[in-house]
Design a protein around this ligand. Structure first.
Ligand code: SF4
Ligand code: SF4
Length: 475
């Protein structure tokens, strides 16, 4: 009974803390502007099923995709066992699903054990790739420790290693639980587990049990079995609560993020209503622009409050895998731009706003809600655009080729963030290279990027008859 009460307390604490963290993430995402993504539900479910559930985009690189698939499938299957552990924990039963599901339980345990073993192998390979082989896409300026108030990226590599080690420990705890349980029942000490016959087939644990890995003392075995059981479930609760502050949050966020993907063609740029109004007024002096009090406060994005909630959700979904940066032509030709950094910067700015309790004022600018918080005033001086996060140089390097959005395994739209920020730079600050200024002036004056009036555009063809007749004469 004490064990059940303890289990309920631990479960309630884990669930409460997780709900609290989710609420914080939700509040941060709600800092973004509204965006309607309720259209085409059928297409959205399909996208989510293919990209998040089916891991469709992962299989462009087979080795990491295969290893990732093992961990992912294992994550799904192990949830069934977690359900059993939770029921056992609450009701004081032992392997409750095995009491009712017979051969199905055998299948579940066989699949579970092989997957658990493969997860350990996959995690070891992942650690070798990251820490010894040092795969290039895991590195980059955004993966290095940074100073100042920016937080999450300071432990980017550590984060990956923490998760990999945790997964290995979780699987080891599961095996310890199974091995000790098998040994106990083999010794006829099943009464310690409150059941006489152990249900299930354990192909991996049986090998270690036959070797009497944990000795033959029933009380020691019972202790190890309990340590394995508690270690596994408490480890999962800790893992769950670590997720919202880790890049591994994508195992949850990938599902809503792919559901709300951009369904329009990738290269199609958003054309906001406030710009339409401005253009109409520019062409017709009698036109009175319609002002939307809830509309954007400026053209483009200067800070996270100018981006839509979907761009902010994107940032919480990023796995920091670096696939986008590895295919970015700007990055591979030595430019400062890295689409992964852009996404990580958005997330870090959200975390900064949350840490210092910054809230948007009427102008949509983030200001401190509590002046007594040390560092809040300084954090409010930062914006997403600027030296602390994303610089002009990075934004101007983008070719809008969309190679990054195509490569992203969780359908993050880096280009919308970049084009929105560039729109702010150009439309609000007129900050652009001189050549771009000439080009936009030409478009405005001549209806084309060239420095000539529209009437002169076909001048090049004026002498075409003469050229043709000369060619005929020479023939
Ligand atoms: S769209 Fe921009 S950021 Fe993305 S890959 Fe192309 S150049 Fe890089
Ligand atoms: S934006 Fe996508 S591709 Fe780029 S690092 Fe994040 S998850 Fe990977």
């Amino acid at each position: 009974m004490i064990s059940q009460i303890l289990f309920l307390l631990v479960t309630a604490a884990a669930a409460g803390l997780f709900a609290f963290q989710l609420r914080k993430v939700r509040q941060n995402i709600q800092l973004g502007r509204p965006l309607d993504r309720s259209d085409q539900p059928g297409e959205r479910w399909k996208t989510m099923a293919l990209v998040a559930f089916g891991q469709q985009k992962m299989f462009k690189r087979f080795t990491p995709a295969f290893l990732h698939a093992i961990v992912y499938v294992s994550f799904l299957v192990i949830n069934i066992e977690v359900l059993e552990i939770v029921i056992d924990g609450i009701f004081g039963s032992h392997r409750i699903l095995g009491q009712f599901s017979g051969p199905l339980y055998d299948v579940l345990m066989v699949v579970n054990e092989w997957l658990a073993l493969l997860v350990i192998v996959a995690c070891v390979i992942f650690m070798i790739r990251r820490n010894i082989l040092k795969v290039k896409r895991f590195d980059g300026v955004e993966m290095e420790e940074s100073k100042g108030t920016i937080t999450r990226r300071n432990y980017s590599h550590l984060d990956a290693n923490i998760i990999l080690v945790t997964e290995i420990v979780l699987m080891a705890a599961l095996f310890a639980f199974n091995v000790a349980d098998i040994q106990l029942h083999a010794l006829g000490a099943g009464a310690l587990q409150s059941i006489d016959n152990l249900p299930g087939t354990f192909p991996v644990s049986s090998i270690f049990a036959d070797m009497q890995l944990f000795g033959t003392n029933p009380h020691t075995l019972h202790l190890i079995e309990r340590i394995g059981w508690w270690g596994h479930i408490v480890g999962i609760f800790l893992f769950l609560n670590y997720l919202p502050i880790s890049k591994h949050f994508h195992i949850i966020m990938a599902f809503p993020n792919t559901y709300f993907s951009k369904l329009e063609p990738k290269g199609e740029l958003d054309s906001p209503k406030n710009i339409h109004e401005e253009v109409k007024a520019a062409f017709d002096f009698n036109y009175q622009p319609v002002e939307d009090p809830n509309g954007p406060k400026r053209f483009g994005a200067k800070d996270i409050t100018d981006l839509t909630w979907k761009s902010l959700m994107d940032a919480y979904t990023c796995t920091e895998c670096g696939r986008c940066t590895s295919v970015c032509p700007a990055n591979t030709t030595g430019k400062k731009l890295s689409p992964r950094k852009i996404v990580m910067d958005v997330r870090d700015r959200m975390e900064e706003a949350s840490k210092y309790k910054l809230v948007p004022n009427e102008e949509g600018l983030l200001v401190p809600s509590d002046d007594s918080i040390e560092g809040a005033a300084e954090a409010a001086q930062h914006t997403l655009l600027g030296e602390h996060y994303i610089t002009n140089e990075e934004l101007l390097a983008c070719t809008t080729c969309n190679a990054c959005t195509e490569a992203c395994p969780v359908n993050i739209d880096q280009v919308t963030i970049i084009t929105e920020m560039r729109r702010y730079l150009i439309m609000e600050e007129s900050s652009m290279p001189e050549e771009w200024g000439i080009m936009t002036q030409n478009i405005e004056n001549n209806g084309a990027p060239w420095a000539m009036p529209a009437a002169d555009r076909f001048n090049w063809a004026m002498d075409i008859d003469k050229i043709e007749s000369n060619e005929k004469v020479s023939e």
